[in-house]
Write a new protein. Sequence first.
Length: 624
Amino acid sequence: MRPAIWYGIGLLLLCSLWMPAKTPLTPVHVVQAMMLEEEEPALSQRRVAYRIDVKLDPDTKQLIGSEQIVWQHPGRKPVHELYFHLYPNAFAEGSTFLKESGGTLRQDRMDPRYPGAMEITALRLPDGTNLLPSVEYVQPDDGNTDDRTLARVVLPTPVYPGEKLELDVKFHVQLPKVFARMGFYGDFVMAGQWFPKLAAYEIAGQRQRREEGWNAHQYHAHSEFYADFGTYEVTITVPEPYQVAATGRLSAVSEPRHGWRHWTFTARDVHDFAWAASPDFLVEQRHYPDLGTDGLTVFLYLDPAHQSAKERYFRITRQTMAQFGQWFGPYPYDTLRIVVPPPGASGAGGMEYPTLITAWDASIPPSSWAVEQVVVHELAHQYWYGMVATNEFEEPWLDEGLATFTENKMMASLVPEYGRLATLSPILEPKPLHLPAWEYGDDTYASNVYLRAARVLSGIEAVIGEEKMMDILRTYFQRYQFAHPSTEDFLAVINEVSGKNFNDFFQRFVFSERMVNYRLNGIESEATGQPGQYRHRLHVSSENALPQTVPILIRHVDGKTATVMWNTQNSAEPLVVEGEAIAWAWIDPFFSNPMEIHHVDNVYRPVHEQTVATWAARLSYWLE
Ligand SMILES: [Zn+2]
């Protein structure tokens, strides 16, 4: 989901690094349909296939849908039950999501007058057997019996390994007013997590799992999603003036009939399907033959308030996808859609879906570099969430941490100061990174799963160098795309490619909440006998530091500065320096160690000097 630095440093909005373009846009009413090639090799195991018909009622803000699901059993044991995610019930009274979030998620407040809900109105096997009576809401994570975001369905006969199970489902969704990724805002609709969706079925060995089975969790305030790869064919019926953005290729748009149009999209080798619709979108597309495996068409669905930023959305998308292709490997899909929600629909902004992302809502100044930042972050998810597809319920750091690390790297290649800003982001309460999403609180989720995770990855890079780090990410992506790896799998790639053993590093910084802290506890000085010359003993210490050489900047009272290098392995011994009286000394003044989170105690000044006080005050401002 949305980049986390946004919350730490809102000041970024004030920066304006790109000039807005002035080209006016014209609405495009019919986007040309593309032909589907039938014979395309599968990239994923395609364990599930959805055909969905859904109609938007623009007055009641409801979705009325029917779906045919085909699930192919990938395991070795008979399956007696299924699990469905009914995500829109997160916005119904009593839900775990609302209890955990208190109705506020990351500064967005849910409007209690417009809750959301989902109901399955029919569930049948192809022979007509009615499965509705066996639908039971379950709450494996917290036992909250009012939560209806996960349902179990007991099957009358088991599904055997390799068999296909077909289901016919009918459903209604009441869209909430936009909150936490979905809903309506005026005529705008963001349909994410909007259809009854099968949980993921993991086979033995997948993510080190001993026994095969469903991996099913409720929808939590701080959890995202996890699903099997498959195929989708979705027909979306909306009033004629609406434009529709969705996952995958647009295969057909009907002529208007009685004021309605049908938009059909087809997607393969994806694990989710989202769409957005609005009569106000300004739609434009660009084809880039040099991007992706075989060319990439980027579609922009722009709120009119961001017309002036149009060229920047295209430019950053092109730059980023070209760079990610070089770093990690080609993007294998041929479409990418970017939705800019209307001003005020911030709950829909900054979200990733397969081949579709949402930018910040158009209330942000179109000249701010947050325009680029959010696109870069969500495009990073196209790799780590979209294709590598880790379990965001149980291991959210793998996706958000890698997305934030990748975002920082890409943004730093455009704006060198960005890397420095990223290391200043506050981490007030470190937690282990390897926790399920719902075990973090509102104040610890983003700061750990995004920011601390990205710093830990930067800490690995600081040990092995950028080239090896990018080798690791490329190997990890290429080995595990479409394969749902775990933290253990990621660690194994790090060890293999780096040729080093990071097990202890992971124990300290991933599986526990430790971070590095350097401290300058004091300076003792004694005269050497030479006029104005002293022998200084700098009492330095470090917590959790790996053996590392760190610079210490020393300023003498005569105004001269010197840098001495300190090996953190020698923490027990004071560091001895000779020279003039010291005004102040500062460990790691250029923030070379991204794992260090508490810089204020790095500075010591035996003699008062204004500079130190000023810097300490500035640091406190940033860090606390
Ligand atoms: Zn994210």
